[in-house]
Write a protein that binds this ligand. Sequence first.
Ligand code: GCU
Length: 395
Amino acid sequence: MIKGLNIFFAIFILIARAQAQNYDEAKVPAYTLPDVLKTSDGQLVKNKPDWEKKRRPEVLTLFENNIYGQMPKTFDNLTYKVTNEVKDAMNGKAHLKEVTITVTKGNKSADIHLVLFTPNHVKKPVPAFLLINNRGKENTDPTRATKSEFWPAETVIESGYAVAAFHVSDGAPDNKNTYQDGILRLYPEQLETDNGMKAIGAWAWTASRVLDYFQKDKNIDAKKVFVVGHSRGGKAALWAGVQDQRFAMVFSNCSGNTGAALARRRFGETITRINTSFPHWFTNNYKKYNDNEAALPVDQHMLIALIAPRPVYATNATKDLWADPKGTYLSLINAQPVYALYKKPSGLSPEPPAINTAIINSILGYHNREGIHNLTTFDWQNFIRFANYHYPKKG
Ligand code: GCU
């Protein structure tokens, strides 16, 4: 009887919590964002050197310690092996390589499986879009028997870019009981500290190892690698771009809470909710901010600011209020002061653009697509436009 009652109350609490998510703009609480340019000792940063030497490292450490965790910097060896190669894939339009990247540390190693197409019509090293794939592996089918909007490889190839992907499970299985079974096997000490990285950190780390490989692939212009992610993959893409300044650009699609959307708005998904549903994504320390956003020394606009002066493109979808479209746009707006230090004004207007209107000619790009939480052809077409704007093709 008592047990039955407990279950009843547990279900009741879960339902009450689910209903507690706010989707009403009028109920967004009053909040003050931390000033991205104000150092911990109260100085206002006014120039690039002070940002780069003082405030940027400070903000980066705050994100590491409180949210995404430390990023291990060392390993012993990185080797790679092409396991499948088709020089005339996609009816002769692309060169396919499937590559196993093996990272070794001590007596342990982890394999990353990369799918990579490069366009045959471009005769020099090409820029590349790298997707952190958080959905089924069929979305990045190397045989192209299955084609998915999630990774429209043909479209990217025709636009003259390489297109690549790895699956998140190589970095960390997306499961609260088994996330340790990826690259965290190489860094078990991370599991013992409250600021140790978990799955999202591991996915970002894995993206960087792919970039290590790209630096060795003569078909890739490794100075122009763009990291792309959808939703939880979009959170990881942002963190990858922050941590690894070799990424030239970041595309964050519907990344929402603890991605591109401001936490303090408490609109849609909240910190409590994300930490409860996905305890294996962020540090133990992050749990301290459940129902306590105001205590966070950062907010997500500062994550975008850490990518400056490199371009960032963020998206939302109209039926995906869970990921807070307005809060995402406001992150971009509030990251602008750091871009301004680099004399890279975005020219964003205070209000978000109309539905399906993409902001392309800007260092900070954005669109809010009509439709549901997904990564679609519309999104990719605008990613390509944004890349074309920032890296115009010569001749
Ligand atoms: C859940 C989660 C989001 C996440 C999304 C996804 O909805 O709450 O934070 O972005 O899954 O990855 O699709």
